[in-house]
Ligand binder design. Structure first.
Ligand SMILES: Nc1ncnc2c1ncn2[C@@H]1O[C@H](COP(=O)(O)OP(=O)(O)OP(=O)(O)O)[C@@H](O)[C@H]1O
Ligand code: NI
Length: 306
């Protein structure tokens, strides 16, 4: 940033995601979810720095793995984006081509990724739109003529077209009514059930609960809990105090917000970033806990205070 300031948008994130699985990445606004997704697609701004590895394996041998963090722009553009990794972007309006109708964009994507023959295009376009509940009668609209929810559906339809082995869906249910949320989530789940992988970034814990196999909770740029969805949403529940707070804040649960605000990522405390808001914090939290056995907290195993 200007003045030599750094923002640690994502720190030490480590996870794997297998074919056939859905991992939900959840956390408050600004915690680094989209930056993580952008890093995997080589779409970070030019001033961003990355370290580490992000291996994308192919279906066959391990030797066709690509390190997404070091791959060339050429490789990413030609073989990764759209083909090996599909993206439902967080701001679909900004990603849709402004001068082409939804029909035109779907047709082009079908031709490019699936080699759909011209004669089969009209039906294929309608089928692709239908998968994301995009109304057939609005296919001739341009992106600026779409509401947020419709743009979202168009972007989801486009992302599903290629059947990419990994789908990154960044807030794919924003702006949709509850029944459409469920329908969209189920369609994304089907993508995973077809033997592909789905990384779903979402604020919507109900949608995550509906379709995720595993959950990763991010706080202030770090994954603080990574665990099976069934145990997370059911019994025994989350183990990290922040994750417990996220669930407790839901209207259908306690409806009790976590007090305080997340820290500035440009000015993170030395120890556990959640400590200032944490009911369990002690002196031990002055050192940053590492993710071990699925949770990054010095007090994860202690009984919860009422
Ligand atoms: N291009 C950028 N330049 C500077 N800071 C950025 C940039 N992009 C993201 N950030 C910062 O990185 C942090 C993480 O942002 P990110 O968009 O990943 O959050 P998020 O978890 O996706 O939140 P939301 O739920 O609001 O989409 C934020 O604090 C944001 O201000
Ligand atoms: Ni985001």
């Amino acid at each position: 940033m200007r003045g030599g300031r750094h923002i640690a948008a994502v720190t030490g994130a480590s996870f794997d995601l297998a074919a056939g699985q859905c991992l939900a990445l959840v956390g408050e606004s600004g915690c680094g979810k989209s930056v993580l997704a952008s890093a995997l697609l080589g779409l970070l701004p030019g001033n961003a720095q990355t370290a580490g590895t992000a291996l994308l394996h192919g279906e066959a041998a391990a030797d066709d793995a690509v390190d997404l963090l070091t791959a060339s722009e050429r490789t990413l553009a030609r073989t990764v984006r759209g083909r090996r990794i599909g993206l439902v972007p967080q701001s679909p309006a900004a990603h849709l081509t402004p001068v082409r109708t939804v029909r035109g964009q779907l047709a082009e994507t079908l031709r490019e990724l699936n080699r759909t023959p011209r004669s089969a295009l009209p039906a294929a376009v309608r089928a692709a739109a239908d998968r994301a509940a995009f109304p057939a009668e609005l296919l001739d609209r341009y992106p600026h003529e779409l509401s947020g929810g419709l743009a979202q559906r168009a972007a989801t339809a486009l992302a599903l077209v290629g059947g990419a082995p990994l789908l990154l869906a960044d807030e794919p249910t924003t702006g949709l009514d509850r029944d459409l949320v469920d329908r969209t989530a189920d369609e994304l789940r089907r993508h995973a059930d077809d033997g592909r992988a789905l990384l779903m970034i979402t604020h919507d814990l109900a949608a995550a609960q509906r379709i995720a196999d595993r959950v990763a909770v991010m706080y202030a740029g770090r994954i603080v809990e990574l665990t099976d969805a069934a145990g997370f949403f059911g019994t025994p529940g989350p183990r990290h105090p922040y994750a417990r707070g996220l669930l407790a804040a839901l209207p259908e649960r306690d409806f009790r917000p976590i007090p305080g605000l997340p820290p500035e990522l440009g000015d993170l405390p030395g120890g556990c970033a959640f400590a200032p808001r944490c009911p369990r914090a002690t002196d031990r939290c002055a050192s940053a806990p590492v993710l071990a056995d699925g949770v990054a907290c010095h007090h994860a195993e202690e009984p919860v205070r009422a």
